[in-house]
Design a protein around this ligand. Structure first.
Ligand code: GAR
Length: 190
């Protein structure tokens, strides 16, 4: 058995897809951490009966806020952190504290289109092949070791909305699978 925390900032659809899979396993989704009190992810967590911590980055040094987050992670004995649309950059201090135990999902085929607006940048490119990347988090922006990539070929006739939907469908299918596989591995070790 292993303990998971999910960090999200907005809609939280990936958080929900992970939670729905993990609650059916021996593993525990301990909490959702969110940096936006009014994010829809918080509503989803309440419905799913997942504990929520909200953090406020304003007027705080990033590392001191992260030290508070680390206290929460330690209290819950977190083995794995899954970033799911968490739009804050984690400092090297935080990333190194949880080295190889933070993963992220990104809506492009990295190393293409890192950072914000991955779907729009992919859509506006001339690439025929689009997709998603699940990767470990290192101290760069979307540069960590790749765990899984899934792609599809577009016809070129799709709207941005259609591409977005396709990407989210793939994310919701594969992110929970990767999280579960890593929790299984961590559970064996622990
Ligand atoms: C997802 O598409 C995820 O890949 C992306 O944010 C969205 C969150 O959606 N993440 C990034 O762009 C990270 N750079 P959700 O809140 O509905 O899960």
């Amino acid at each position: 058995m292993a303990n998971l925390a999910v960090f999200a900032s907005g809609n939280g659809s990936n958080f929900q897809s992970i939670a729905e899979v993990i609650v059916k396993t021996e593993h525990s989704i301990e909490f959702l951490l969110c940096n936006q009190k009014s994010a829809f992810a918080v509503e989803r967590a309440k419905k799913l009966k997942v504990k929520v911590y909200t953090v406020d980055y304003r007027d705080k040094k990033r590392e001191s806020l992260e030290a508070e987050i680390i206290k929460i992670l330690n209290y819950h004995k977190i083995d794995l952190i899954a970033l799911a649309g968490y739009m804050k950059i984690l400092t090297p201090f935080f990333v190194n504290t949880y080295k190889n135990r933070i993963i992220n999902i990104h809506p492009s085929l990295l190393p293409k289109y890192p950072g914000a607006e991955g779907i729009v940048k992919s859509y506006n490119s001339k690439d025929r092949e689009l997709g998603i990347t699940i990767h470990y988090v290192d101290t760069g922006v979307d540069t960590g070791e790749i765990i899984l990539q899934k792609s599809f070929v577009r016809t070129g006739k799709e709207s941005l909305k259609e591409v977005e939907e396709r990407i989210h469908t793939i994310e919701h299918l594969y992110y929970p699978q990767v999280v579960l596989e890593l929790l299984n591995r961590l559970g064996e070790k622990g």
